[in-house]
Design a protein around this ligand. Structure first.
Ligand SMILES: C[S@@+](CC[C@H](N)C(=O)[O-])C[C@H]1O[C@@H](n2cnc3c(N)ncnc32)[C@H](O)[C@@H]1O
Length: 231
């Protein structure tokens, strides 16, 4: 398990300043992903879905939703939440590679690429390509650009908090994040940043047709979402 997966397995509450933050965060992500579901018969995979507390919104708009989560405790809570849901399956990261080739209409990976090395990212991009049906859609969200990422993320969280009734909790949460393992891990495990041009080049190299979306999924509009199609 990578250090970042361990961090997300045991410390999700550091990132989400309170339960309201977590729930409005995941609702916004689910609403944004739902808008990309191509049809009610679509088979959809969300890689690195995290706690995904609003995944049923996406599931209601498609035929099947596969939630992939590497962190075992997070996966256990997803299984408890969605175990009885007829359209949602919860699997581990290594099980994703064993899914049938060319079986998915939409793959989403949001706010995960920054925790991967470039080699890990390239491996996953190739895997997603192989899982997509011809003309299937891949959405890569929350790509962090190289400059001013931390101040932009802090400002975006404060704005999101102000708009959703948890401004002061967000301000206190920032202090907590500052004092947490996040900054230590940022130094030791590293965070990957990409310019728009560098990410477009990576996506094209694995054979995906890619363009940057007008808006990022979620609330941080300094980060980037890429819309990709398998040929
Ligand atoms: C910020 S959360 C994103 C959760 C959700 N997609 C969202 O947008 O809110 C980061 C996720 O990346 C996953 N992750 C981090 N490193 C990973 C790795 N090496 N392989 C697979 N997943 C990883 C974590 O388990 C966690 O669920």
């Amino acid at each position: 398990m990578s250090d970042w997966v361990k961090f997300y397995d045991f410390k999700p509450s550091v990132i989400y300043v309170n339960a309201r933050h977590r729930d409005v965060h995941y609702r916004k992500i689910a609403e944004d992903i739902r808008a990309y579901v191509p049809s009610p018969t679509a088979h959809v995979l969300d890689y690195g879905c995290g706690e995904a507390t609003s995944a049923d919104l996406v599931a209601n708009a498609c035929a099947q939703l596969v939630l992939v989560e590497a962190a075992p405790n997070v996966r256990a809570s997803l299984t408890m939440r969605y175990g009885g849901h007829p359209k949602i399956a919860v699997i581990a990261a290594e099980q994703a590679a064993a899914l049938p080739k060319a079986s998915l209409d939409l793959v989403v990976m949001h706010s995960v690429a920054q925790y991967l090395t470039t080699a890990e990212l390239d491996r996953l991009l190739a895997m997603f390509h192989s899982l997509l049906k011809p003309n299937g859609f891949f959405i890569l969200g929350d790509i962090v650009p190289p400059h001013f990422a931390a101040p932009a993320a802090a400002l975006s969280l404060l704005r999101f908090g102000a708009a959703n009734g948890f401004f002061w909790a967000a301000a206190c949460g920032l202090v907590r994040i500052f004092a947490s393992d996040y900054l230590r891990l940022k130094k030791t495990a590293g965070l990957s940043h990409y310019t728009e041009a560098a990410m477009l080049e990576r996506l094209r190299k694995v054979g995906l047709k890619a363009e940057r979306a007008r808006r990022n999924i979620g609330h941080n509009q300094r980060r980037m979402t890429f819309l990709c199609r398998a040929p």
